[in-house]
Every structure is written in structure tokens, then in C-alpha cells.
Write a protein that binds this ligand. Structure first.
Ligand SMILES: Nc1ncnc2c1ncn2[C@@H]1O[C@H](COP(=O)(O)OP(=O)(O)OP(=O)(O)O)[C@@H](O)[C@H]1O
Length: 312
């Protein structure tokens, strides 16, 4: 658990992080959003003490982070940034192995970890391990950057606009990879982004910042239904509310008994995509199929529209 307890930071007489408190539960993803200069990066860097606090305290599993030695913090907390920061003269495998080596892992354990991570990020270890960063595309470099941050099996991963430079298709893929990896390792992730779609896609809870202050910290659904301020409402995008609500739910949750014709929709598909599919194919309903191939009923346009208006 990460407890951020009344933390503040002042630069040149200006309070850039202003008395912020929030608690991030283990194995969850918290996403920090807000306007440029609102203090997101500063808050993130206070967790691993790349920025020292002027007031308040950050506790990691109950321990004041100022009492934890720097090397221990770097072992426990991975850090991934936009532009990845790979070492250009080291191969991909050597880049990923950096922190395990510092931690004194033996060669075999390190090699296994590197291969596991490359495979998880869908990069063939034999093809990509020996290459140098400049021999990779931007998206591949970014994935290696995140793999490197995860190499020492940190409990916590801090990510600052990790996918900012990626095109939308690769970005969506990187987000899905991250979700799968978070499930696999149970890592607690705190991620800063400018992209509200990314925030809604990834977050268990979203923190909205403005002018150094925390305006709201809650599940995506709560931000849509009960925005704490007009600023939060504007960040969520008032016009996008119906789609945001649908994007957070699966077809399985809107399925009902009954028949429908045409191609089936996966129970795991999100309701926003299902609505788009029904509208595009001009159907009032579609059959629903579960992951094991069983037909589990149907989903109707009506049911989806009701949910877009806020029905549970
Ligand atoms: N080392 C520093 N010295 C002085 N001022 C700083 C320093 N780091 C950040 N600031 C200022 O603190 C404020 C918050 O910066 P921060 O990088 O945390 O914002 P941000 O929300 O992450 O912004 P962006 O979205 O543009 O990256 C800004 O006004 C910035 O100029």
C-alpha cells in the first residue's frame, strides 16, 4: 500500500504540490491526470524520492520512504518514462538486465527474467535480445523500457507518460500489454497521462489534479457520475459521458436471455464497442458468446442505450 499523506512541494516560493493525500491499494492501477504544470510528475517523483518532500510523508507498506535507503527504493520501485531512457550502447537484453545485475542476481536467473519479460511484451527474445535500441521501432523501444522497469520484480511501478510518443494503434496495444502484465505480476502501478481515454482504460482509480491540488480521487465510474468540481467534469468530457460509462463495462453485464441473428459478440467485449457494432451492422440485437464458445444469450441496442444513460 502507498500512503501519500499531506505532501507538499514548493519551488521558488510557488507551491506546485499542495497538501495532497491519497492511498493506493496494493495490486491496483492509479492514474494521475490534470493540466500541464499541475504537479503530476512532481507528485509521482516524491514516491521514489527523486523529488524530496517539503511537507508530509509518503509511506510504502507503512514505512516512511525517507527511512528506506536509495538502492532499496530503486529495487522496490520501477520507473518508466516517456522516451524510455534506454542505454544506447547496451543491447536490449543488457538494458533489461541492468537492475537485476545491480541486485546481484546470477546469470541464469537474469537471463530467464529477460526472456520472460521479452516474451510477455511479445518481442521474440532471440531476435530482440541481442539488438541495440536504435535497431528497434519507437514502440518496441518503449516496451523494452517498461520491461526494464519491471525486471527486478518491483512491487511498485511508476510510469510518467510511458506511451505518450506512440501512435494510437501501438498505444492501445501497449496498454493491453500493461494490463496483462499487471495481472501477471500483481504490480501496483501509478501512471501519469494526458490522455483521458488511457486513464479510463487502465485505471482502478483516477486522481485529477489542478494547480497542485487534488480535486478528486476515485474509480472512473464515480468521476463520470459524480464529478467533484466543474473542472473534473470538463476533464472527463461531459459529451463523452455515455461512452465512458459503456467503455467501463463488458457485454456479459448487459446480456439477457433470448435469441438474435448475425455474428456473435464476445462476452468480454466492452459495451461501447458492442454499441458501435450494433449501430454499424444495423441490428437491434446480437448473440453473445463466452470465451469457451458457449452462446450465453443476446445483447440488445435498448439495453446498451439504457446503460449509456446511466442505468446500472
Ligand atoms: N526542479 C524544478 N524547479 C523549479 N520548478 C519546477 C521543477 N520541477 C517542476 N517545477 C514546476 O512545478 C510545476 C509542476 O510541474 P510538474 O512537472 O510536476 O507538472 P506536470 O503536471 O507533470 O506537467 P506536464 O503535464 O506538463 O508534464 C510546474 O510549474 C513546473 O514548472
Amino acid at each position: 500500500m502507498i500512503e501519500i499523506d499531506h505532501v507538499s512541494k514548493v519551488y521558488d516560493g510557488k507551491t506546485v504540490v499542495d497538501d495532497i493525500s491519497l492511498t493506493i491499494e496494493p495490486h491496483t492501477i492509479a492514474v494521475i491526470v490534470g493540466t500541464s504544470g499541475s504537479g503530476k510528475t512532481t507528485l509521482l517523483r516524491m514516491i521514489n524520492r527523486l523529488v524530496e518532500l517539503d511537507a508530509g510523508m509518503v509511506r510504502l507498506d507503512g514505512e516512511d520512504n525517507r527511512t528506506i535507503p536509495g538502492y532499496e527504493l530503486r529495487r522496490r520501485i520501477g520507473y518508466a518514462i516517456q522516451g524510455h531512457g534506454l542505454f544506447p550502447h547496451r543491447t536490449v537484453a543488457e538494458n533489461i538486465a541492468t537492475v537485476p545485475r545491480l541486485n546481484g542476481w546470477d546469470r541464469r536467473r537474469t537471463t530467464e527474467k529477460v526472456r520472460e519479460l521479452l516474451s510477455l511484451f511479445q518481442l521474440d527474445p532471440d531476435a530482440f535480445g541481442p539488438r541495440y535500441p536504435h535497431e528497434l521501432s519507437g514502440g518496441e523501444q518503449q516496451r523494452v523500457g517498461v520491461a526494464r522497469a519491471l525486471a527486478a520484480e518491483p512491487n511498485v511501478l511508476l510510469m510518467d507518460e510511458p506511451f505518450g510518443a506512440l501512435d494510437p494503434i501501438i498505444r492501445a496495444k501497449a496498454q493491453d500489454d500493461l494490463l496483462a502484465i499487471q495481472k501477471h505480476f500483481g504490480t501496483t502501478i501509478i501512471l501519469v497521462t494526458h490522455d483521458m481515454n488511457e486513464a479510463f482504460h487502465l485505471a482502478d482509480k483516477i486522481a485529477v489534479m489542478d494547480g497542485g491540488r487534488l480535486l478528486q480521487f476515485g474509480p472512473p465510474d464515480e468521476l463520470v457520475r459524480r464529478p467533484a468540481t466543474g473542472f473534473v467534469e470538463a476533464m472527463v468530457g461531459a459529451g463523452d459521458r455515455p461512452f465512458r460509462l459503456l467503455s467501463m463495462r463488458r457485454v456479459a453485464d448487459a446480456a439477457e436471455a433470448g435469441e438474435a441473428s448475425g455474428p456473435a459478440l464476445a462476452a468480454s467485449m466492452n459495451q461501447q464497442d458492442a454499441l458501435a457494432e450494433l449501430m454499424w451492422s444495423g441490428r437491434p440485437a446480437a448473440p453473445v458468446v463466452s470465451a469457451d464458445g458457449t452462446m450465453t444469450g443476446r445483447v440488445t441496442l435498448d439495453a446498451l442505450l439504457k446503460r449509456a444513460r446511466g442505468a446500472p
